[in-house]
Design a protein around this ligand. Structure first.
Ligand code: UD1
Length: 428
């Protein structure tokens, strides 16, 4: 069978932006990366041909496909947002370091592998730029389901003849932890009750899609999810919904360039906490059924944000919102409660002239009149997006290197911004 992957963007590419212009026009949002990845991992639970539509053409998706092929599955097509994947041949239980180290979400295969093969060997992802991000809650939950888990030489080894239902409370709300345990529980023996679970739209979608394949999951979208184990699941056939973080990033792009941008193919309800903050700040935000329009109305005032699990303000939009606040009138306070070290963008924003001080998990941003373009270094996915936004508004030229981070999660970002009037190009 042929395996078709989109053109891989190059490791050393840079994005060059001549800032200062206003963005105007329409931009269409791609499928949600963080919805696609757990659904792709869930394909491990099935035998037969899975079909996913609306999948974004981003590097994390390609990484997950490589991982799934390495497990013995077969990607028959990945083109124009469609994946055909045959999970019949999955028989290998190892997720190697080379893949897991480039994408932490690879840990999503742990639960499904244990449920399907009774064995898993998954590399520990290690620290990352935004904090330690341990997997202890995933592991404890799987142990509760009867898995024997050992950590040896940087790998998680798991074994379980058949997982069994458990009542498990997550000490911290974890998105991939919830997804991992829901997936594991679908094929476990008996009932699993998960408490203090994540309520992110991506988790709710995963449960809905699994139910369409024959799983018995109830309560998703609330704090308590119940799963009755079943013997097998049918192949998945679904359409991935639009990316709320990409939506939010373009909303902020309009705001920071004093623009007027209509964002189409999005779900306004999923970004309500951002909409509220933009309105508080002085922007006009018009909501349609599947569109949003963000219009600069002569003012941009400092407002405070506190990141929280959904439906609170998304940590994945904190860096982008902070870039906006650097140009707001007055002070704003950004409190990051989800990750302990998610201010990597601050040093780069300061090099552009931003006035920010950090104390622990709090950043105090004092708005400045203008930012100036600079050579910049992307450090993680969302931090890179914040640098792109700041560069769009800054005076002069910025050259952003290490943009492979941005290619992990944003589909065609430079073309989309170019069509909105940005002076942006990719330097190979
Ligand atoms: C997911 C998202 C990521 C987002 C994050 C928070 C995907 C693929 N990634 O990441 O974009 O920023 O949710 O919305 O969906 N924690 C533990 N022990 C664990 C697991 C997590 O202490 O076993 C902690 C983490 O260190 C962090 C917090 O829980 O402080 C939340 O992290 P979590 O929700 O697990 O993030 P991810 O699922 O990795």
């Amino acid at each position: 069978m042929t395996v078709l992957f989109p053109r891989e963007k190059k490791y050393m590419d840079k994005i060059v932006i001549k800032g200062g212009g206003r963005l105007e026009g329409e931009v269409e949002i791609s499928g949600a990366k963080n919805a696609a990845l757990p659904i792709m991992a869930a394909m491990i639970l099935t035998t037969g041909k899975n079909k996913l539509d609306g999948v974004p053409q981003v590097r994390d998706v390609t990484t997950m496909l490589h991982l799934l092929n390495g497990l013995g599955g077969c990607t028959e097509e990945f083109n124009a947002g469609r994946i055909f994947f045959d999970a019949t041949g999955i028989n290998n239980f190892e997720a190697p370091y080379e893949l897991v180290s480039t994408m932490r979400a690879s840990c999503l295969v742990l639960g499904p592998l244990l449920a399907r093969l009774g064995r898993a060997k998954v590399s520990l992802p290690g620290g990352c730029a935004i904090g330690a991000r341990p997997l202890d809650l995933h592991i404890r939950g799987l142990e509760g389901m009867g898995a024997k888990i050992r950590l040896v030489q940087g790998y998680i080894y798991g074994e379980a003849k058949r997982l069994r239902g458990v009542r498990y409370y997550f000490d911290t709300v974890t998105v991939t932890g919830t997804a991992n345990l829901i997936m594991a529980a679908t094929l476990a023996d008996g009932e699993t009750v998960l408490e203090n679970v994540a309520k992110e739209p991506e988790v709710v979608f995963l449960a809905d899609v699994l139910n369409q394949s024959g799983a018995k999951i109830k309560g998703h979208g609330t704090d308590l999810v119940t799963i009755q184990g079943v013997q097998s699941l049918k192949p998945i056939n679904c359409n991935i919904f639009p990316d709320r973080i990409e939506t939010g990033t373009y909303m902020i792009a309009s705001a920071i360039t004093r623009g007027d941008v209509k964002i189409t193919n999005c779900i306004p309800k999923q970004v309500e906490s951002l909409t509220l903050k933009l309105r508080q700040s002085g922007l006009i935000v018009e909501e349609g059924e599947t569109s949003l329009r963000v219009i600069y109305d002569g003012q941009l005032n400092g407002v405070n944000i506190k990141t929280q699990p959904h439906p609170g303000f998304a940590t994945d939009l904190q860096a982008q919102f902070m870039a906006l606040m650097t140009l707001a009138q007055g002070k704003s306070i950004v409190l990051e409660t989800v990750f302990e070290n998610r201010f990597m963008h601050v040093a780069e924003l300061k090099r552009m002239g931003a006035d920010i001080t950090i104390q622990g998990r709090t950043a105090v941003v004092s708005g400045v009149k203008e930012l100036s373009g600079a050579p910049l270094m992307a450090t993680d996915l969302r931090a890179s997006a914040s640098l792109v936004l700041a560069a769009l508004a800054a005076k002069g030229e910025s050259v952003i290197s290490r943009i492979y981070h941005i290619d992990r999660g944003y589909s065609d970002i430079e073309q989309k911004l170019y069509r909105l009037g940005a002076k942006i190009f990719r330097k190979k």
